[in-house]
Design a protein around this ligand. Structure first.
Ligand SMILES: C[S@@+](CC[C@H](N)C(=O)[O-])C[C@H]1O[C@@H](n2cnc3c(N)ncnc32)[C@H](O)[C@@H]1O
Length: 299
Protein backbone atom coordinates (compact mmCIF):
# COMPACT_ATOMS: atom_id res chain seq x y z
CA UNK A 1 0.00 0.00 0.00
CA UNK A 2 2.82 2.34 0.95
CA UNK A 3 4.64 1.80 -2.34
CA UNK A 4 1.50 2.28 -4.41
CA UNK A 5 0.70 5.53 -2.61
CA UNK A 6 4.19 6.82 -3.35
CA UNK A 7 3.96 5.64 -6.92
CA UNK A 8 0.69 7.53 -7.32
CA UNK A 9 2.29 10.65 -5.84
CA UNK A 10 5.22 10.41 -8.25
CA UNK A 11 3.00 9.72 -11.24
CA UNK A 12 0.64 12.55 -10.45
CA UNK A 13 3.44 15.03 -10.12
CA UNK A 14 5.32 13.97 -13.20
CA UNK A 15 2.06 14.23 -15.17
CA UNK A 16 1.47 17.61 -13.65
CA UNK A 17 4.87 18.93 -14.62
CA UNK A 18 4.38 17.68 -18.17
CA UNK A 19 0.94 19.23 -18.54
CA UNK A 20 1.32 22.54 -16.74
CA UNK A 21 4.89 23.64 -17.06
CA UNK A 22 4.35 27.07 -15.63
CA UNK A 23 2.70 26.01 -12.40
CA UNK A 24 4.98 25.26 -9.50
CA UNK A 25 2.54 25.38 -6.53
CA UNK A 26 0.33 22.32 -6.40
CA UNK A 27 -2.49 21.40 -4.05
CA UNK A 28 -4.00 17.91 -4.21
CA UNK A 29 -5.50 15.12 -2.15
CA UNK A 30 -2.90 12.40 -2.66
CA UNK A 31 -1.56 11.03 0.62
CA UNK A 32 1.89 9.60 -0.12
CA UNK A 33 2.16 8.22 3.41
CA UNK A 34 5.32 10.19 4.25
CA UNK A 35 5.54 12.77 7.07
CA UNK A 36 3.82 16.10 6.38
CA UNK A 37 3.78 19.42 8.21
CA UNK A 38 0.38 20.30 9.72
CA UNK A 39 -0.61 23.58 8.06
CA UNK A 40 -3.06 26.36 8.77
CA UNK A 41 -4.69 28.15 5.86
CA UNK A 42 -2.35 31.14 6.06
CA UNK A 43 0.58 29.00 4.82
CA UNK A 44 -1.02 29.04 1.40
CA UNK A 45 -0.22 32.71 0.74
CA UNK A 46 3.42 32.19 1.67
CA UNK A 47 3.86 29.34 -0.80
CA UNK A 48 1.91 31.09 -3.58
CA UNK A 49 4.09 34.18 -3.23
CA UNK A 50 7.24 32.06 -3.15
CA UNK A 51 6.18 30.15 -6.27
CA UNK A 52 5.39 33.32 -8.18
CA UNK A 53 8.61 35.02 -7.11
CA UNK A 54 10.78 32.04 -8.08
CA UNK A 55 9.20 31.84 -11.52
CA UNK A 56 9.85 35.56 -12.14
CA UNK A 57 13.35 35.26 -10.77
CA UNK A 58 14.49 32.33 -12.92
CA UNK A 59 12.70 33.64 -16.02
CA UNK A 60 14.63 36.90 -15.84
CA UNK A 61 17.93 35.64 -14.50
CA UNK A 62 18.55 32.28 -16.21
CA UNK A 63 20.02 33.91 -19.30
CA UNK A 64 22.23 36.27 -17.29
CA UNK A 65 23.51 33.85 -14.66
CA UNK A 66 24.41 30.39 -15.95
CA UNK A 67 24.27 28.88 -12.46
CA UNK A 68 21.08 29.71 -10.59
CA UNK A 69 21.04 28.09 -7.16
CA UNK A 70 18.15 27.51 -4.76
CA UNK A 71 19.16 27.35 -1.10
CA UNK A 72 16.59 26.41 1.56
CA UNK A 73 17.92 26.62 5.14
CA UNK A 74 14.74 25.22 6.81
CA UNK A 75 13.62 22.90 4.04
CA UNK A 76 10.96 20.80 5.82
CA UNK A 77 9.74 17.33 4.71
CA UNK A 78 8.58 18.55 1.28
CA UNK A 79 4.83 18.47 1.89
CA UNK A 80 2.21 19.83 4.24
CA UNK A 81 -1.42 19.07 4.97
CA UNK A 82 -4.02 21.76 5.63
CA UNK A 83 -5.70 20.88 8.90
CA UNK A 84 -9.03 22.38 7.88
CA UNK A 85 -9.55 21.04 4.35
CA UNK A 86 -7.35 17.91 4.52
CA UNK A 87 -5.69 18.96 1.24
CA UNK A 88 -1.97 18.55 0.70
CA UNK A 89 0.48 21.08 -0.69
CA UNK A 90 4.06 20.52 -1.73
CA UNK A 91 6.53 22.63 0.22
CA UNK A 92 9.19 25.11 -0.77
CA UNK A 93 11.88 22.66 -2.06
CA UNK A 94 9.38 20.96 -4.38
CA UNK A 95 8.09 24.34 -5.57
CA UNK A 96 11.65 25.36 -6.39
CA UNK A 97 12.31 22.03 -8.12
CA UNK A 98 9.29 22.60 -10.39
CA UNK A 99 10.15 26.17 -11.28
CA UNK A 100 10.88 26.79 -14.97
CA UNK A 101 13.45 27.73 -16.18
CA UNK A 102 15.00 25.43 -13.59
CA UNK A 103 17.55 26.10 -10.90
CA UNK A 104 20.82 24.43 -11.85
CA UNK A 105 21.40 23.32 -8.32
CA UNK A 106 19.49 22.98 -5.05
CA UNK A 107 20.99 23.02 -1.57
CA UNK A 108 18.53 21.94 1.11
CA UNK A 109 19.13 21.98 4.85
CA UNK A 110 16.86 20.14 7.28
CA UNK A 111 17.94 19.09 10.74
CA UNK A 112 15.14 16.62 11.47
CA UNK A 113 16.10 13.16 10.24
CA UNK A 114 12.54 12.07 9.38
CA UNK A 115 11.85 15.30 7.50
CA UNK A 116 15.12 15.06 5.57
CA UNK A 117 14.37 11.45 4.55
CA UNK A 118 10.83 12.35 3.41
CA UNK A 119 12.17 15.29 1.44
CA UNK A 120 14.76 13.13 -0.30
CA UNK A 121 12.11 10.57 -1.26
CA UNK A 122 9.66 13.18 -2.55
CA UNK A 123 12.28 14.86 -4.69
CA UNK A 124 13.24 11.48 -6.12
CA UNK A 125 9.61 10.75 -7.02
CA UNK A 126 8.39 14.14 -8.19
CA UNK A 127 11.50 15.78 -9.63
CA UNK A 128 14.01 13.03 -10.46
CA UNK A 129 15.94 15.36 -12.75
CA UNK A 130 16.73 17.90 -10.07
CA UNK A 131 20.26 18.08 -8.69
CA UNK A 132 20.00 18.52 -4.94
CA UNK A 133 22.39 18.34 -2.03
CA UNK A 134 20.56 17.70 1.23
CA UNK A 135 22.29 18.51 4.50
CA UNK A 136 20.72 16.79 7.48
CA UNK A 137 22.09 19.41 9.84
CA UNK A 138 21.32 22.55 11.80
CA UNK A 139 21.77 25.38 9.29
CA UNK A 140 23.40 27.60 11.90
CA UNK A 141 26.19 25.14 12.57
CA UNK A 142 26.56 23.78 9.02
CA UNK A 143 27.51 27.13 7.51
CA UNK A 144 30.96 26.06 6.28
CA UNK A 145 29.59 22.93 4.59
CA UNK A 146 26.79 24.91 2.95
CA UNK A 147 29.16 27.65 1.79
CA UNK A 148 31.35 25.13 0.03
CA UNK A 149 28.34 24.07 -2.08
CA UNK A 150 27.48 27.58 -3.27
CA UNK A 151 29.13 28.40 -6.59
CA UNK A 152 31.18 31.60 -6.67
CA UNK A 153 30.20 34.36 -9.02
CA UNK A 154 32.44 34.82 -12.05
CA UNK A 155 31.83 36.22 -15.52
CA UNK A 156 31.97 32.78 -17.13
CA UNK A 157 30.15 30.64 -14.56
CA UNK A 158 28.13 33.35 -12.81
CA UNK A 159 26.39 31.96 -9.78
CA UNK A 160 23.31 33.64 -8.34
CA UNK A 161 21.61 32.14 -5.32
CA UNK A 162 18.11 32.57 -3.93
CA UNK A 163 17.86 31.57 -0.28
CA UNK A 164 14.63 30.86 1.60
CA UNK A 165 14.65 31.10 5.40
CA UNK A 166 11.38 29.67 6.67
CA UNK A 167 11.66 28.65 10.33
CA UNK A 168 8.82 28.11 12.82
CA UNK A 169 10.46 30.55 15.22
CA UNK A 170 13.37 32.99 15.53
CA UNK A 171 15.79 30.11 14.90
CA UNK A 172 17.84 31.79 12.18
CA UNK A 173 21.01 33.38 13.49
CA UNK A 174 22.10 36.59 11.84
CA UNK A 175 25.70 35.30 11.81
CA UNK A 176 24.53 32.52 9.46
CA UNK A 177 23.20 35.01 6.95
CA UNK A 178 26.30 37.14 7.31
CA UNK A 179 28.45 34.13 6.44
CA UNK A 180 26.89 34.05 2.94
CA UNK A 181 26.72 37.78 2.35
CA UNK A 182 29.91 38.07 0.30
CA UNK A 183 28.42 35.65 -2.26
CA UNK A 184 25.62 36.69 -4.59
CA UNK A 185 22.69 35.60 -2.47
CA UNK A 186 19.18 37.09 -2.17
CA UNK A 187 17.19 36.15 0.93
CA UNK A 188 13.49 35.70 1.50
CA UNK A 189 13.08 35.60 5.27
CA UNK A 190 10.08 34.67 7.36
CA UNK A 191 10.40 36.76 10.50
CA UNK A 192 8.24 35.07 13.14
CA UNK A 193 7.82 38.43 14.83
CA UNK A 194 4.56 37.61 16.61
CA UNK A 195 4.15 33.84 16.19
CA UNK A 196 7.39 33.41 18.16
CA UNK A 197 8.61 36.92 19.01
CA UNK A 198 5.64 38.75 20.49
CA UNK A 199 4.38 35.70 22.36
CA UNK A 200 7.66 35.06 24.16
CA UNK A 201 8.95 38.48 25.15
CA UNK A 202 9.17 37.59 28.83
CA UNK A 203 11.32 34.52 28.09
CA UNK A 204 13.58 36.40 25.71
CA UNK A 205 14.16 39.14 28.25
CA UNK A 206 15.70 36.70 30.71
CA UNK A 207 19.49 37.14 30.75
CA UNK A 208 20.17 33.48 30.00
CA UNK A 209 17.98 33.44 26.87
CA UNK A 210 20.11 33.96 23.76
CA UNK A 211 17.42 33.62 21.07
CA UNK A 212 17.12 37.31 20.18
CA UNK A 213 20.84 37.99 20.69
CA UNK A 214 21.56 35.33 18.07
CA UNK A 215 18.72 36.37 15.79
CA UNK A 216 20.07 39.93 15.73
CA UNK A 217 23.72 39.13 16.42
CA UNK A 218 23.48 41.74 19.14
CA UNK A 219 23.85 40.90 22.82
CA UNK A 220 22.94 44.53 23.69
CA UNK A 221 19.43 44.41 22.28
CA UNK A 222 17.61 44.54 25.65
CA UNK A 223 18.29 48.22 26.55
CA UNK A 224 17.54 49.21 22.93
CA UNK A 225 14.19 47.46 23.19
CA UNK A 226 13.42 49.10 26.54
CA UNK A 227 13.80 52.56 24.94
CA UNK A 228 11.44 51.61 22.13
CA UNK A 229 8.94 49.98 24.48
CA UNK A 230 8.60 53.26 26.38
CA UNK A 231 7.85 54.97 23.04
CA UNK A 232 4.98 52.53 22.47
CA UNK A 233 6.66 50.30 19.86
CA UNK A 234 5.40 46.69 19.84
CA UNK A 235 8.04 44.00 20.34
CA UNK A 236 7.27 42.50 16.94
CA UNK A 237 7.87 45.89 15.27
CA UNK A 238 11.16 46.19 17.10
CA UNK A 239 12.26 42.74 15.89
CA UNK A 240 11.47 43.39 12.22
CA UNK A 241 13.09 46.85 12.24
CA UNK A 242 16.19 45.68 14.11
CA UNK A 243 16.65 42.67 11.80
CA UNK A 244 16.17 44.83 8.68
CA UNK A 245 18.71 47.33 10.05
CA UNK A 246 21.22 44.52 10.49
CA UNK A 247 20.65 43.47 6.87
CA UNK A 248 21.24 47.07 5.80
CA UNK A 249 24.66 46.97 7.47
CA UNK A 250 25.50 44.25 4.91
CA UNK A 251 24.22 46.52 2.09
CA UNK A 252 20.95 44.68 1.56
CA UNK A 253 17.85 46.53 0.40
CA UNK A 254 14.59 45.37 1.97
CA UNK A 255 11.33 44.86 0.08
CA UNK A 256 7.98 45.78 1.58
CA UNK A 257 7.21 43.28 4.34
CA UNK A 258 4.25 41.01 3.55
CA UNK A 259 2.19 40.54 6.69
CA UNK A 260 0.62 37.15 7.29
CA UNK A 261 -2.18 36.98 9.85
CA UNK A 262 -4.54 34.27 11.04
CA UNK A 263 -7.08 33.66 8.25
CA UNK A 264 -10.36 35.40 8.93
CA UNK A 265 -9.06 37.91 11.46
CA UNK A 266 -6.17 40.28 11.76
CA UNK A 267 -4.13 38.56 14.45
CA UNK A 268 -0.57 38.96 13.11
CA UNK A 269 1.74 35.93 12.90
CA UNK A 270 4.79 36.71 10.82
CA UNK A 271 6.14 38.82 7.99
CA UNK A 272 7.92 37.78 4.81
CA UNK A 273 10.69 40.15 3.79
CA UNK A 274 12.85 40.02 0.68
CA UNK A 275 16.45 41.20 1.01
CA UNK A 276 18.70 41.77 -1.98
CA UNK A 277 21.54 44.06 -2.96
CA UNK A 278 19.87 44.61 -6.33
CA UNK A 279 16.91 46.79 -7.27
CA UNK A 280 15.64 44.31 -9.83
CA UNK A 281 14.86 41.82 -7.07
CA UNK A 282 12.60 44.45 -5.47
CA UNK A 283 10.66 44.67 -8.73
CA UNK A 284 10.10 40.90 -8.75
CA UNK A 285 9.02 41.09 -5.13
CA UNK A 286 6.50 43.88 -5.77
CA UNK A 287 5.18 41.90 -8.71
CA UNK A 288 4.85 38.73 -6.61
CA UNK A 289 2.95 40.60 -3.91
CA UNK A 290 0.61 42.13 -6.47
CA UNK A 291 0.11 39.17 -8.76
CA UNK A 292 0.72 35.91 -6.93
CA UNK A 293 -2.33 33.80 -7.69
CA UNK A 294 -4.52 32.55 -4.92
CA UNK A 295 -4.78 29.20 -6.63
CA UNK A 296 -7.76 26.93 -6.68
CA UNK A 297 -7.33 23.31 -5.70
CA UNK A 298 -6.16 20.87 -8.33
CA UNK A 299 -9.24 18.70 -7.69
C1 LIG B 1 8.35 25.78 8.74
S1 LIG B 1 9.20 24.33 8.37
C2 LIG B 1 9.75 24.61 6.70
C3 LIG B 1 8.66 24.46 5.71
C4 LIG B 1 9.13 24.50 4.28
N1 LIG B 1 9.73 25.77 3.92
C5 LIG B 1 7.96 24.21 3.37
O1 LIG B 1 7.53 25.09 2.61
O2 LIG B 1 7.45 23.07 3.43
C6 LIG B 1 10.69 24.44 9.25
C7 LIG B 1 11.59 23.22 9.13
O3 LIG B 1 12.88 23.56 9.60
C8 LIG B 1 13.43 22.48 10.34
N2 LIG B 1 14.42 23.12 11.24
C9 LIG B 1 14.19 23.73 12.42
N3 LIG B 1 15.33 24.30 12.88
C10 LIG B 1 16.30 24.05 11.95
C11 LIG B 1 17.66 24.41 11.82
N4 LIG B 1 18.27 25.16 12.75
N5 LIG B 1 18.35 24.00 10.73
C12 LIG B 1 17.72 23.27 9.78
N6 LIG B 1 16.43 22.89 9.83
C13 LIG B 1 15.72 23.30 10.89
C14 LIG B 1 12.23 21.85 11.01
O4 LIG B 1 12.51 20.48 11.31
C15 LIG B 1 11.14 22.02 9.96
O5 LIG B 1 11.09 20.89 9.12
Amino acid sequence: VRDSRRFLYGLLHLAHVASARSRNVIVDRVDDGLPCLPLKDHSRAKLDILGYYLAEFTRAMASKFPTLVYLDLFAGPGRGRFERSGEFIDGSPLIAARTKPPFKKMILVEEDRGHAAALRERLRLASPECIATIFEQNCNTAVDDIRREIPRFSQSSGGLTFCLIDPFDLGIEFATIKAFSDLRVDFLVLIADQMAGGRNVENYLRDDNETVSRFLDDSDWRPKWKVQEVEGVAFREFLVAAFSDKMKTLNFLAGDPYRVAIAGNNVPLYVLVLFSKHRLAMKFWDSALRNAPRQKSFW
